[in-house]
Design a binder for this molecule. Sequence first.
Ligand code: GLA
Length: 391
Amino acid sequence: MTTNELELAFEQAYGCKAEKMYFAPGRVNLIGEHTDYNGGCVFPCALSFGAWLLIAKNEDKELRFRSLNMPQTYEIPLDAIKPQPDRAWCNYALGCIDIIARRGGKLTSGYNLLYYGNVPAGAGLSSSAAMEVVTARAFTEEMNYVLHDDKAYRTELAKIGQACEHEYAGVMCGIMDQFASAQGKKDHAIYLNCDTLEFEHVPVKLEGIKVVITNTHSPHHLDSGAYNDRVRQCHTAVEQISKVHPIKFLAELTPDDWKEVEGSITDPIAKKRARHVVGEVARTAEAVEALKQGKIERFGELMTASHVSLRDDYEVTGPELDALAEAAWQVTGVLGSRMTGGGFGGCTVSLVRDEAIDQFKAFVGAEYEKKTGLKADFYVAEIGDGVMRLL
Ligand code: GLA
């Protein structure tokens, strides 16, 4: 969809012109999975696909939500903003508006809103974070809640999106997805410390290598239950370790600390989860260093090790993601391959040499179909900028 087509769609939907237009991207995480809510580091990039939002004020003291991707429409009076039942898609937007109001923003008018997204649905590439961040960007402006420092402002947009996810979607997620959508930079990944929210943009200039995203199109999705279970299991591990070695987050432990404290975790599931987190935090730091030094092979090996740990200790991969990763590992010219995002279904991310891409698609696609009966989709990732106003 071009911006002109989106403007036209807005006029057709509401009979008036859009006043403003915004875009926020989805993300792919290169390494550092299930570390964000454990106070660890992540290394995601913003993608060139994401969510668009067009808005215009209305006279009716009502928020009207429409999407070019979803049939349901919603009309919410300004004095009745609260979570909507039946997993309503407008919750991802409504929650952001509510949170901005609670942080001091003033909503003085009704609005007509039109969303459009081109992040593949259910792919685990953060279509919901894109929708949250694009809404937060638009409504912080409308509600006079813009921070002057651009970096701090973007971090605030990410926090609004994360709070919305907690309160309006019931997923106790970390901040990675919303942060990548808010702070993304073209051709860079974001090395983010999720405890302090300090970060660094690291160039991802890979000579002759592409970041390839492969969609399982799996019917399994990360549901809030399985995700929130993992969050709880990590808390249990922190509590048990803290009896001998006080910590706030699992990410504070080095692999050496781990050897000393692992015996204090009596719950066997919590122990596996914690082992993943400690290993993944160390792998992420090493991977970022390797990338900076141009040691891409090492980066790839660490991606693969990350998948194995997510499969065996964190248990969030499942047969589809495993089938894709295991097939990818067999292709010459693949430096590394792993699941990305929350897990269960969704996508893998692989580093593939240019000359191996055709072979990669053919072999992985065929192996995957043989094992699962499903067809995979392949996208060469374009790393884009974070949230922006277009009009
Ligand atoms: C989901 C969550 C993120 C993060 C990842 C796993 O995408 O929204 O906060 O926890 O899973 O790394």
